[in-house]
Ligand binder design. Structure first.
Ligand code: GCV
Length: 838
């Protein structure tokens, strides 16, 4: 034991001696040495687990590891007969046995915990007692996080129970290792049609999840692969379940309803067929034989091409109950997604409305679902847009269990290339009072099961972490995964509290670091909304492809139903009962009245609910069109400010994470300008109404590439046109090298030169910038943006500052194409350099 202590002490000393470079793999569980460990020296230096369960054993290991690292002295496992002060971890029952004089100060719900001190035999023991073994694990993580945040030890003492029973993440991983809407590398679970041999990352993921109270993970795409249920796959899935188990995370999978036919050899998958029912019963028994704590199934059916009960004239309730009955004897649950809609809607039909679909389909089935079915409802009626109203279905099911589905992966919110802290969005929806039955019924209490007295409810978050070391790609995106877990445990927490906790755990307790990062996180949803799609328009992105860059037109003239109905005179979907699709009538009367009237409809949802002329005046003052123009400028400025804010952290956080975030924020600032100009130019063209402030379409600092002297470069049109300045760019086709040259006329001074170009996913073109024939910069187009064409998906910027310029200077951009990427250039922008950079 003594040599072990010595080794640990040496390792700790070495670690403290250097500022560690970090790659983000530890997430918020870094256990960095505390700047001042003094207040914690009176904590016990030994940990005793009271039972042999993997959860409590894991908790004890975690506590010894975490405290040793943070406090800088060894904390080791003790034994239960010691009379020295100790941390004691176990269930309430075990604790009452060990300390007969002790009782928890309040009743715990399943998976809840209490942290308390007990005086026994002249010593103080720290008790971490769970309602069950998972609770003991969650209590341990709570204590560790309090220490990491350097909180007052008195605040460690607490009683806490989860609001929600189902607190799951969903992964949209495919068996080939790809991840639908994943932005951080390949799957941690699957490769080449199998479960990976090495599941180290799956275990590490479960640890992160457990630390914020997540208790389930559905590991595969909801567009499910039928091979998930083959006999060969079940033992492989059992290995994932084993990797999760020490962390109390139960395995779930998504299933394809046609499996009995596709892999079972039956001639039908009709949920009312006896042989289909028998097939599922047998399959579920086979799963539980190998995975006794299996959590259940997630189902996407009759949606975006997935097979479903409609093929046999059956309802979602028929399909859900069939599966739920197979799971019930084993204690499993069935999450049936309400994301069911027709994606071949008739755009010409003014009454057609995708937003209505979930309510129209599921509301009539209320009270038809078994009690271990949970309807999993996306937070809004469309599809994870930057802003949507809360789905009316939350109030439309009063005899059915419900879960809210949130998207941690930033499919429509910048795909982890852009900073968007989503907790304020989620809070906005969770706190929204549906006024069901004329009473206070916020979404958070509905999904908790409280409002309508339901036995089950919960949260499902689409996370899509990947093999990238830092899990989600953007270091700051981890605030969303962390925040999801915290909210699922306690939806009453404030977005600012969660942001502060996450920042402290992830980047340390330096007050400047904490206040700066929090000040960036908190407005970031609103800033992204401003430069993408304000007033309830939704993210005005390319909805037919990447869901990333700007492309407002792609919303229209197709069956997908993400319409914004923008035309020459006005914009917005008329969803009123009086003249529109009637969607608003799906809400309880008080909410419906508020949305129906232009007098009371909030500005931020105006165009989701109403079609109005561009000249319609908002409650906040400006006309609709002027507001669109204004906020695109404000949002782009907000994104630009992140860069300066982040730079103030140099030297205060480790270099690799500092540099990584800086690169991403610099990119985001440029991409926000692409969005600003594309959306504003598009609305300008639609409406024909000029920007009252003269900014839209007027860029005095720009020199368009197509107007420069071109050697080899040819002029090309962007698709959509508004994603290149002036609709055009230049590309180097069929040549080894091309150039675009211009003679500058700006007054002598110190400037910033921005070169706007297009960086395809494929190829690594090389660009060189020459001033008066002297090379001043060279860079590679090696980003992995989602596209291989000239568009808002690939538009990006190289910036050089400060540069001294004089009239008559000759500026030349040289592009060398590579791998199918024709070194395209959009424009050069020359702006006075900020005084701070000179
Ligand atoms: C997994 C949107 C996404 C799809 C996703 C679907 C869903 O349509 O773009 O990638 O499919 O939602 O939530 O099922």
């Amino acid at each position: 034991m003594r040599w072990l202590k010595l080794l640990l002490a040496v390792a700790l000393a070495l670690e403290c001696a250097s500022v560690r470079a970090e790659n983000g793999s530890a997430g918020w569980l870094r256990y960095a040495p505390l700047a001042n460990a003094q207040p914690y020296q009176s904590l016990p230096a030994a940990v005793v687990p009271l039972d042999r369960s993997p959860e409590v054993q894991g908790a004890a290991r975690e506590l010894t590891l975490g405290l040793s690292k943070m406090l800088g002295h060894p904390v080791l496992e003790g034994d239960s007969f010691s009379t020295m002060p100790e941390f004691v971890i176990g269930t309430v029952t075990e604790m009452e046995h060990r300390f007969p004089q002790w009782k928890p100060s309040a009743q715990l719900r399943p998976e809840g915990y209490t942290v308390a001190t007990v005086h026994d035999g002249g010593h103080i023991y720290w008790v971490i007692a769970g309602a069950d073994v998972r609770g003991a694990l969650y209590g341990t993580f709570h204590l560790l996080q309090q220490v990491a945040e350097e909180k007052d030890p008195a605040s460690f003492l607490t009683v806490s129970s989860p609001a929600e029973q189902v607190r799951w993440v969903d992964q949209w991983d495919n068996l080939d290792g790809s991840i639908e809407r994943g932005y951080a590398g390949p799957s941690i679970f699957f490769a080449n049609g199998h479960v990976r041999t090495d599941l180290t990352r799956a275990g590490a993921y479960a640890r992160l999840l457990a630390s914020v109270g997540i208790n389930g993970c559905a590991v595969n795409n909801v567009n499910a692969d039928v091979r998930m249920l083959t006999p060969e796959m079940i033992p492989q899935l059992a290995r994932i379940a084993a990797a999760f188990r020490p962390w109390g995370v139960r395995l779930a999978i998504s299933v394809d309803l046609s499996s009995p036919q596709a892999i079972g050899g039956l001639d039908t998958y009709d949920p009312k067929s006896q042989k289909v029912i028998a097939w599922w019963d047998k399959k579920v028994d086979a799963i539980y034989a190998q995975i006794p704590d299996f959590a259940g199934f997630v189902v996407k059916a009759d949606s975006e091409g997935q097979p479903g009960p409609s093929k046999y004239g059956r309802t979602p309730a028929d399909a859900a109950n069939m599966l739920a009955r197979a799971l019930k004897p084993h204690g499993g649950v069935l999450l049936y997604r309400a994301f069911v809609y027709n994606h071949h809607l008739n755009w010409r039909d003014p009454k057609a409305d995708r937003g209505r679909a979930a309510y129209d389909i599921f509301h009539p089935l209320d009270d038809k679902f078994d009690d271990n079915v949970i309807i999993q409802i996306k937070y809004g009626p469309i599809d994870f847009q930057v802003r949507e109203p809360a789905s009316p279905l939350f109030a439309g099911l009063r005899h059915t269990n419900e879960a809210i589905e949130l998207e941690i992966t930033q499919e429509y919110t910048g795909q982890q290339r852009q900073l968007v802290y989503l907790v304020p969005l989620w809070k906005h929806i969770l706190d929204f009072d549906m006024r069901a039955g004329g009473k206070y019924t916020p979404v958070k209490q509905i999904v908790e099961g409280r409002s309508f007295n339901r036995p089950l409810g919960g949260f499902a978050g689409v996370a899509n972490v990947g093999l990238d070391a830092n899990w989600l790609g953007h270091p700051l995106a981890m605030a969303n995964l962390y925040g999801f877990g915290r909210l699922a445990w306690n939806p009453n927490l404030m977005a600012s509290t969660i942001a502060e906790d996450w920042t402290r755990l992830t980047f340390g307790n330096d007050p400047h670091v904490v206040s700066t990062i929090d000040a960036m996180l908190l407005p970031s949803w609103h800033i992204y909304e401003e430069y993408t799609g304000p007033l309830g328009l939704g993210t005005l992105t390319n909805i037919l492809g990447s869901h990333y860059g700007p492309d407002p037109q792609s919303a229209e003239h197709n069956g997908w139903g993400q319409w914004i109905r923008a035309e020459h005179n006005g914009v917005g979907m008329d969803r009123t009962v009086a003249t529109g699709t009637g969607y608003i009538g799906q809400y309880p009367p008080e909410v419906a009245q508020r949305y129906e009237s232009l007098e009371t409809c909030p500005d931020d949802l105006l165009l989701f609910m109403h079609h109005v002329p561009y000249t319609h005046r908002l409650h906040s003052g400006p006309t609709v069109i002027q507001y669109i123009y204004n906020v695109h400028y404000a949002g782009a400025q907000g994104a630009a400010n992140y860069v300066a804010e982040w730079k103030s952290l140099k030297g205060r956080i480790d270099e690799p994470r500092y540099e990584h975030v800086l690169r991403l924020l610099t990119y985001q600032a440029a991409e926000a300008i692409v969005w600003r100009d594309a959306v504003n130019d598009w609305f300008h063209a639609q409406s024909g109404i000029a920007d009252a402030q003269g900014r839209v379409g007027f860029h005095p600092n720009r020199i368009e590439a197509e107007s420069m002297h071109l050697d080899g470069y040819v002029t090309v049109t962007a698709t959509p046109w508004e994603t290149a300045s002036g609709g055009k760019a230049v590309a180097c086709v069929g040549r080894m090298e091309c150039s675009a040259t211009t003679t500058l006329t700006r007054p002598a001074g110190i400037y910033t030169i921005g070169v706007q170009y297009f960086d395809y996913r494929q190829g690594v073109s090389i660009y060189t910038l020459l001033l008066n024939d002297k090379m001043v910069a060279t860079w590679k187009a090696d980003n992995t943006l989602p596209g291989n064409s000239i568009s808002g998906d690939t538009s990006t910027r190289f910036t050089l500052s400060p540069v001294e310029l004089r009239p008559g200077d000759v500026l030349k951009v040289v592009g060398r194409p590579n791998g199918g990427e024709p070194a395209p250039v959009d424009y050069v922008e020359i702006t006075p350099a900020p005084s701070s950079s000179r």
